[in-house]
Design a protein around this ligand. Structure first.
Ligand code: UD1
Length: 417
């Protein structure tokens, strides 16, 4: 197993380029199941979750080939409608194959994902949506089995804006008969990106990016070439890396408008952010100011940036209250941040972070994807050496993060444990 060794205290400077979005690429890959033929997806990041999605598609009979950041997916010969426990347990997003397979083949069988490190994460809303479209759903032996002679458009009102649920029903409804209206839809930019891919395939979709999405079913969709949007969470993580080290970093290939909630909070902490010809410059202040955040569905503050922002607040002047409203168990990084000397107390779904002058490097353990990023950020700001173990979480969602940070002047190395 690999671990990261960081010698902290270096101000980051220079230029970094943001990779394609993991969370957009996953459903985009899966949506190729809706149209038989050869699709070409570009700006794909090299990540473990992408490899898992490729394995899922291959297990269904898809033929996948990579050439740098371009991936060709041929879905002409799909010969299975089952996603196994082995695949779904490694990556929850695999459940998104259920609806597209059902829409194309009238039947699909997919393992239930179960809980994960950050909470229970049920898929009841996905199943509610599929049932509304006319699917018959049976749960047995840990699998969801869905069948439908034909799917019919319907009104689907989600109990909460779920990203995966919205993507799942939007994809499935493209091939249902008539109109589907998704109410209380999630509005994340990755949903809009998926909608743009589906529209390019011939789907009729209006309102993606708002809380009401209308999908008018079509008889068939065609394969396309599509470029994945930049990863806004990776971009946000590099913005915080610049801020926490008092650095001065230029970020290329990011879409500034996708992460406004973070940008406004960073400005409040005293970070300078300027945008010149699409290159975003982030300059950290001598001493950061504390601000409070509450995670919310988009356009609110993203839960996927909560752990990284907490690392930042652990060295800010004053106290910050961080409320996690999306997942019930997403404070596992707190005890690890405290090993750096951070002063944090948790009360239910809120954490109070009292900024300290300096963090001190420590051996720590990564617990989930974004928690791993927060430990790297703390390590960059801390004095002495930090060792982060269990970094396989990191490889699920950040492309070459240690190489990108090293190019900005960080002293960071990956070593075999
Ligand atoms: C996606 C992102 C993840 C991000 C999350 C919230 C991907 C691959 N992952 O996850 O990085 O942290 O959005 O922005 O895009 N819920 C239910 N029932 C359901 C579905 C969801 O109760 O059927 C709950 C969840 O437990 C959670 C909340 O709704 O509390 C939001 O989850 P959701 O938006 O669905 O997250 P994911 O799509 O799994």
């Amino acid at each position: 197993m690999d671990k990261l060794i960081i010698k902290g205290g270096k101000k980051l400077t220079g230029e970094v380029s943001i990779s394609g979005s993991k969370n957009a690429a996953l459903p985009i890959f899966i949506s190729t199941l809706l149209a038989p033929g050869l699709h070409e997806i570009s700006n794909v990041p090299f990540l473990r979750d992408i490899n898992t999605t490729i394995k899922v598609l291959e297990s269904l009979g898809g033929a996948v080939q990579g050439n740098g950041n371009i991936v060709s997916i041929d879905t002409s010969n799909i010969n299975s409608v089952e996603a196994t426990y082995e695949l779904v347990k490694t990556m929850r997003a695999s459940v998104l194959v259920l609806g597209p397979l059902l829409a194309r083949y009238g039947r699909a069988r997919v393992s239930l994902p179960g809980g994960c490190a950050i909470g229970a994460r049920p898929i009841d809303q996905h199943l509610k949506g599929l049932k509304a479209l006319g699917a018959e759903i049976n749960l047995s032996h840990g699998y969801v089995e869905a069948t439908a002679k034909s799917l019919k458009g319907a009104r689907v009102n989600f109990d909460m804006p779920t990203v995966g649920g919205t993507e799942h029903i939007m994809m499935t409804a493209t091939l249902a008969k008539g109109d589907t209206i998704i109410e209380n839809a999630a509005r994340e930019p990755e949903i809009t990106d998926l909608a743009m891919m589906l529209i390019a395939m011939g789907a009729k979709i209006e309102g993606a990016g708002s809380d009401t999405i209308k999908i008018t079913g079509v008889k068939q969709l065609s394969p396309v070439n599509y470029r994945v949007m930049p990863d806004r969470i990776e971009a946000g993580t590099f913005m915080i890396a610049a801020a926490i080290t008092g650095g001065d970093v230029k970020i290329k290939n990011m879409q500034l408008g996708d992460i406004d909630a973070l940008i406004f909070k960073l400005l409040d902490t005293g970070v300078e952010i300027t945008n010149k010809n699409g290159v975003v410059k982030v300059k950290g202040p001598k001493r950061l100011k504390s601000v409070n955040i509450k995670t919310r569905p988009y356009p609110g503050f993203p839960t996927d940036m909560q752990a990284q922002f907490m690392a930042l607040m652990s060295v800010a002047d004053g106290a910050s209250v961080i409320a996690e409203n999306i997942f019930e168990n997403r404070f596992m990084h707190v005890s690890e941040l405290m090993r750096f000397g951070a002063d944090i107390t948790i009360d239910g779904r809120s954490a109070t972070v009292k900024g300290v002058k300096k963090l001190s490097g420590a051996p720590v353990m990564a617990t989930d994807l974004r928690a791993s990023a927060s430990l790297i950020l703390a390590g960059l700001a801390a004095d002495n050496t930090t060792e982060i173990s269990r970094i396989y979480h990191l490889d699920r969602g950040y492309e070459s993060i240690e190489k990108k940070l090293a190019a900005l002047g960080a002293d960071i190395q990956r070593v075999k444990e």
